[in-house]
Design a protein around this ligand. Structure first.
Ligand SMILES: [Fe+2]
Length: 299
């Protein structure tokens, strides 16, 4: 039978019919049906198909050990947040509300493309900023279960941009690798604290094909100021999330759709000479509190 627009999906699905892994079978079938549906809807010319191939090729070619253009593409298309949201729903056993939030646990959000350098292990109270050019801040919190049980020894991996909105890996050597990053272990009462600088809002990288897409579609590339967190502990569902800086620009138009109101925190100015001295900070300083609640893993 000749290949035809009407029968294209059936022909390709048949070619995958013997896929042994049922999940892989489901995924390739869905991909074929939606890809063909997309092509029948937009009816690309050969020249446009070539442009599409060149775009995806450029995304791959832009990737290296410090640059993840495919995650960036997923992020600006809202795909990362959709997967993240569905994952949270799955982890909650489908028992959560329409928002996909785990009812009791800290909301998750995108990993983003900058978790590409292992965070240096640091002691509680250390600073993650070695340059001292930004506004000093203290970030503190606790890690607990939904019933308030404290989780000693929880691991808290943090990374953030500096006051100019750059991560270490994209600063062109201005920041040493590992700056703005830290891996902390909560104390016996599940508490953590470290100092840093208040991060700035920033544009996602625009020097690649994703930037070209944003320009062609008149979208801005900015993300509101935030600190990334991954918090994990044995027996609990890990959470990948951010703390957003209250009052930051772009909280209502994040280029990657990652803002959740429950993750916005006041980075308040504190005038407390004793606390400043205790934490090795100048007075006054900024302080934010982020208490993390982890869902117990299914038995
Ligand atoms: Fe970020």
């Amino acid at each position: 039978m000749d290949f035809s627009e009407k029968d294209s999906v059936d022909a390709v699905l048949a070619s995958f019919a013997d896929t042994p892994d049922p999940r892989l079978h489901e995924i390739v079938d869905g991909l074929v049906r939606h890809l063909h549906g997309f092509l029948r809807e937009v009816r690309p010319s050969i020249a446009e198909w070539e442009q599409g191939i060149e775009f995806l090729t450029a995304i791959g070619q832009k990737c290296d050990e410090h640059r993840q253009e495919f995650i960036l593409f997923s992020d600006v298309m809202g795909a990362s947040m959709l997967v993240e949201t569905m994952e949270a729903e799955r982890q909650a056993g489908g028992a959560s509300g329409a928002t996909g939030e785990r009812a009791d646990a800290t909301a998750s959000t995108v990993l983003g493309p900058f978790h590409v350098v292992a965070s240096p292990e640091r002691a509680l109270g250390d600073t993650i900023d070695s340059l001292g050019t930004g506004e000093p801040c203290l970030i503190e919190g606790s890690v607990t279960a939904p019933d308030g049980t404290r989780i000693p020894g929880a691991r808290i991996d943090v990374w953030q941009a500096d006051e100019q909105g750059s991560y270490d890996v994209e600063s062109g050597g201005r920041q040493p690798l590992g700056n703005g990053r830290g891996l902390f272990t909560a104390d016996d009462e599940g508490r953590f604290w470290f100092s840093s600088i208040v991060p700035a809002h920033y544009p996602i990288p625009t020097d690649g094909p994703v930037g070209a897409l944003l320009r062609a579609t008149k979208r801005h590339p900015y993300r509101p100021a935030h600190v990334h967190f991954i918090v994990e502990a044995p027996g609990y569902v890990p959470v990948t999330t951010h703390v957003f800086v209250e009052g930051s620009e772009y909280l209502d138009s994040d280029a990657v759709f990652a803002v959740k109101q429950s993750l916005v925190r006041d980075f308040a100015t504190v005038d407390d000479a004793e606390a400043a001295a205790r934490h090795g900070l100048p007075n006054p300083f900024r302080r934010a509190r982020f208490d993390v609640v982890l869902q117990p893993a299914a038995a």
